[in-house]
Design a binder for this molecule. Structure first.
Ligand code: UD1
Ligand code: CA
Length: 471
């Protein structure tokens, strides 16, 4: 039977004090709602449906390129039961195990979803409610059981008697697994005659009791998975838990961290064994780091691929490719399309964009290299720049193997510097340089013997005359 996951994400989240819907706020490198969606995916969901309402276009945009996710509108937010009715109306009857998750509960693990589904299937339950016993149950729906411990109903906090509010400590996490067939059969029995005038999904439990369908509750093994985000303080708390979870997984896999509280790694990043992440390092998006690398301190890599044994210090890299044994930084900026081949070195205050830096080539200090193809064994002197932009168009530069470009060279593109060519320091090169040639563009040096002393005498004389006039 195919498994469906429905992620409720129509709420506004007023306590975030934000112009954006709550579930679009980021936890590490992904929006809140991405996390339960991904947990469902990892748990093997065949169909993932996100219910959107408040700020629907912003939530839909998150999944615009995700073929696994369908979004369904809930234009009026009339309760969690109504949210599922909207899904049924949009996509047809439910089939197979149907798991309900929340877009603002990002710590839910795939394993827990899997257990919930297995428990439901094994017991042929119409519904299993995932429950918890928080220190403070205020606000949560409570599980009402009979003397034998069978689940009778979920009663919302506001609908509980004062005794129930005090005595019922087991709470509804809001996460369930339903049998799709029986959910479709009975969902329209949910009414809105309650304290909030909403269609409560929780009413399904009492409804199943009435029609004699078995319902079960499963106490979650880790309450922290059920933490919801309603405020920015809670967002920071949940982020800290996720940061630890990811960093501990990496350390268990052989990655060293001087201080794991100062390393932030996104959901889909991989880091090879024997690599070390130093403080204030952020690895985001589709970043992959090989083995034996040292990354950081103060480094942010986004969608960047790093091969083995690279050393990257105080660097920002976006969509860059860094091959084995490359050294970068301190303080380099690698922009999209930067590809540093094996053994290359990009040093201090260097920016590279859309360029290939060949094997063992060096751009050590204060340079900008853009739209360039550089061969191997090239040396670029300090302060050299490719002038790739004429104000309208971008032009390419090519630099052949083993070329030596002196310091403070302006390479005005389009330009080709041949293999083994030499360029004299402080040249503005506007014409192609043939292989093996020397190019120098520099005015002749002027020399005036004894000039410094004469100048000093003249200046002193001027000062003396000035003081006389004033006095
Ligand atoms: C719900 C449960 C409660 C449980 C608690 C756990 C119900 C009636 N109550 O209460 O038993 O203890 O979660 O956190 O289900 N949403 C929609 N559309 C709606 C209403 C809600 O998408 O029409 C989404 C919200 O964005 C939110 C989630 O569903 O992410 C929970 O809704 P909310 O109304 O906040 O339910 P709780 O009062 O938290
Ligand atoms: Ca010059």
């Amino acid at each position: 039977m195919p498994m469906t996951a429905i992620v409720l994400a129509a709420g506004e989240g007023t306590r975030m004090k934000s112009r954006h819907p709550k579930v679009t706020h980021k936890l590490l490198d992904k929006p809140l709602v991405w996390w339960p969606v991904n947990a469902a995916r990892e748990a093997g969901a065949d169909r993932i449906v996100v219910v959107v309402g408040h700020g629907a276009h912003e939530v839909r945009a998150i999944f615009a390129n995700d073929p696994d996710v369908e979004c369904v509108d809930q234009t009026e937010r009339l309760g969690t039961g109504h949210a599922l009715m909207c899904v049924r109306d949009a996509l047809g009857d439910f089939h197979g195990p149907t798991v309900v998750l929340y877009g603002d509960t990002p710590l839910m693990r795939a394993e827990t979803i899997g257990n919930l589904v297995e428990h439901t299937k094994a017991g042929h339950h119409a519904c299993t409610v995932l429950t918890m016993c928080p220190d403070d149950p205020t606000g949560y729906g409570r599980i009402r059981r009979d003397a034998d411990g069978n689940v009778l109903a979920i009663v919302e906090h506001k609908d509980c008697t004062p005794q129930e509010q005090a005595n019922l400590t087991e709470c509804n996490s809001g996460i369930y697994c339903f049998c799709g067939r029986r959910l479709s059969q009975h969902i329209d029995r949910i009414g809105n005659d309650n304290a909030q005038g909403e269609y409560y999904l929780t009413d399904m439990v009492g409804i199943y009791r009435e029609v004699g369908e078995p319902v079960s509750a499963l106490l979650a093994s880790d309450d922290s998975e059920l933490l919801g985000v309603n405020s920015r303080v809670q967002l920071a708390q949940v982020t800290k838990i996720m940061q630890r979870r990811i960093n501990e997984r990496l350390m268990d896999g052989g990655v060293t961290m001087l201080d794991p509280d100062q390393v932030w790694v996104g959901a889909q990043v991989s880091v090879g064994a024997d690599s070390e992440l130093l403080p204030q390092t952020m690895l985001w998006g589709d970043t992959r780091v090989g083995r034996d690398c040292v990354i950081g301190p103060n480094t942010r890599l986004t969608d960047t691929v790093v091969a083995d044994s690279a050393r990257i210090e105080e660097t920002v890299a976006i969509q860059a490719t860094i091959d084995a044994g490359v050294t970068v930084g301190p303080r380099a900026y690698l922009r999209p399309g930067a590809h540093l081949l094996e053994g290359a070195h990009v040093g201090t205050h260097v920016e590279i964009k859309n360029s290939t830096i060949g094997r063992g080539s060096k751009v050590p200090h204060l340079s900008y290299i853009g739209d360039t193809t550089m061969g191997e064994g090239v040396n670029i002197g300090a302060g050299s720049i490719t002038c790739n932009y004429d104000g309208v168009l971008k032009h390419r530069t090519s630099i052949g193997d083993n070329a030596f470009v002196g310091s403070d060279t302006m390479m005005v593109a389009p330009l080709s510097i041949g293999a083994g060519a030499l360029v004299g320091a402080s040249s503005c090169i506007t014409r192609d340089v043939p292989a093996g040639a020397l190019a120098v563009e520099r005015s002749e040096q002027v020399m005036v013997e004894g000039y410094a002393a004469k100048r000093m005498e003249r200046l002193k004389g001027q000062r003396a005359r000035g003081e006389k006039e004033q006095g």
